[in-house]
Design a protein around this ligand. Structure first.
Ligand code: NAI
Ligand code: GUE
Ligand code: MG
Length: 344
């Protein structure tokens, strides 16, 4: 393909490079004769791995600056209270990650631990105390909760203005109506990864695999909604797959997708044969699998990373992908809650 030299302004050339990178067009430019480009589609050219750890570091810097500004203005440090019921090892890891990130960012925090047998009434009472404690900026109850406790009742007991998870029914309602609100951390993390990488969503086909109220549904909500609304959306054409989607239909919808977001909790669900060449693949899944042989536990996502990496344009790893950015977004919501409290 030959492109006349008159089309090659520096901005257009940069755009062309970015376009070629994303779509895996391999481009050579004949230096001797500047009027000639040659383009071909790469067949196996590994995806760019999107480091959630690096994106989280960037967000951390912004949060740190925001916290120090609050403190310099004579305010208390934002405070995050995390309630953990029972001793599920994974939940403990997440809670530890959250309190560690908080201290790194100059946010004070407390982890309130209750035994698995705590009654719903006792839990609601604890939440009520935290709601009324003016020192607490943000409050979250780690999920899942033991079976005898109604998770919806617990989420709705948290004061909406302290609800850094965005799980209160009023905050979910606002999210669905495209109003400004506390966006749940994992959906917010997926959004930040896409936007900070410069990936276009307007008019693109997005497949969200998973429809849970905390993860899949709000991700789909952010990406399909209108970019000109109070809480801007991605203006994408969104398809939601779930456990009733037949395997061949999942593959069919996946092949049409420019962006695939896997949030099903099923290892190896998304394989290379299902992915369009150059697609963006965001892996939200966190699965602990026992390695055959060594017997060790390994963390994997929902995507066959090694295979899909050969076909996708961008891919997020597990660990080190959506997880660290999720933690960063909880911190960001905590600072937002602290700032909102000042305004009142
Ligand atoms: N990285 C992060 O920050 C976070 C990761 N996660 C992980 O994301 C995954 C999803 O989490 P949740 O939504 O809370 O789980 P969930 O169990 O509540 O929902 C799973 C969803 O996947 C769908 N699904 C199940 N099997 C499927 C299949 N074969 N094909 C298509 N859809 C299928 C179900 O219909 C359901 O809507 C889990 O692995 C979880 O550990 C969850 C929260 C945060
Ligand atoms: N009220 C509530 N809010 C939540 O936001 C919430 C919750 N409950 N329950 C469980 C899920 C899960 N979740 C994760 C957070 C961080 C990592 C994370 O840091 N992942 C690391 C690895 C951590 C590890 O080693 O296990 C990574 O992907 O690199 C993962 C998952 C938040 N959740
Ligand atoms: Mg991850």
């Amino acid at each position: 393909m030959a492109i006349p030299a008159t089309y090659c302004s520096p901005l257009k050339i940069r755009g062309l490079f970015q376009f070629c990178y994303r779509t895996k067009l391999q481009m050579t430019w004949n230096i001797a004769d500047r009027r000639e480009f040659s383009c071909s589609v790469a067949t196996s050219y590994p995806a760019a791995v999107l480091s959630g750890t690096a994106i989280a570091r960037q967000i951390h810097k912004e949060i740190q600056a925001s916290v120090e500004q609050l403190v310099a203005q004579g305010n208390r440090r934002p405070h995050l209270a995390v309630i953990l019921v029972g001793d599920d090892p994974a939940s403990r890891v997440y809670v530890r990650n959250k309190t560690r990130a908080a201290s790194l960012l100059g946010i004070s925090s407390s982890a309130l631990l209750r035994p698995a047998g705590v009654s719903q009434a006792e839990l609601l009472d604890l939440i009520d105390q935290m709601n009324r404690d003016w020192r607490v900026s943000g409050l979250l109850v780690q999920l899942p909760l033991p079976g005898h406790i109604n998770e919806r009742a617990v989420c709705n007991a948290i004061a909406p203005e302290k609800d850094v998870d965005g799980f209160h029914i009023v905050n979910i309602g606002k999210l669905v109506l495209d109003q400004r609100t506390m966006v749940p951390a994992t959906p917010a993390a997926v959004w930040e990864i896409i936007k900070r990488t410069g990936i276009e969503t307007v008019g693109k086909n997005v497949l969200v695999v998973g429809r849970s109220k905390n993860v899949g549904m709000p991700i789909a909500m952010l990406l399909h909604s209108d970019r000109n609304h109070e809480r801007p959306g991605g203006d994408a054409t969104v398809t939601i797959a779930h456990r009733c989607t037949p395997r061949d239909q999942l593959a069919h919808h996946c092949r049409l997708a420019d962006i695939v977001i896997a949030a099903a909790g099923v290892p190896q669900l998304i394989t290379a044969d299902m992915v369009k060449e150059g697609a963006v693949v965001i892996d939200v899944g966190i699965n602990r699998i026992h390695e055959t042989g060594s017997g060790r536990i390994r963390l994997v996502g929902d995507v066959d990373f090694e295979g899909v990496q050969q076909k996708a344009g961008f891919i997020t790893p597990v660990p080190g992908g959506v997880g660290p950015v999720t933690i960063a977004m909880v911190m960001k919501n905590t600072v937002t809650a602290a700032r909102n409290a000042l305004a009142h």
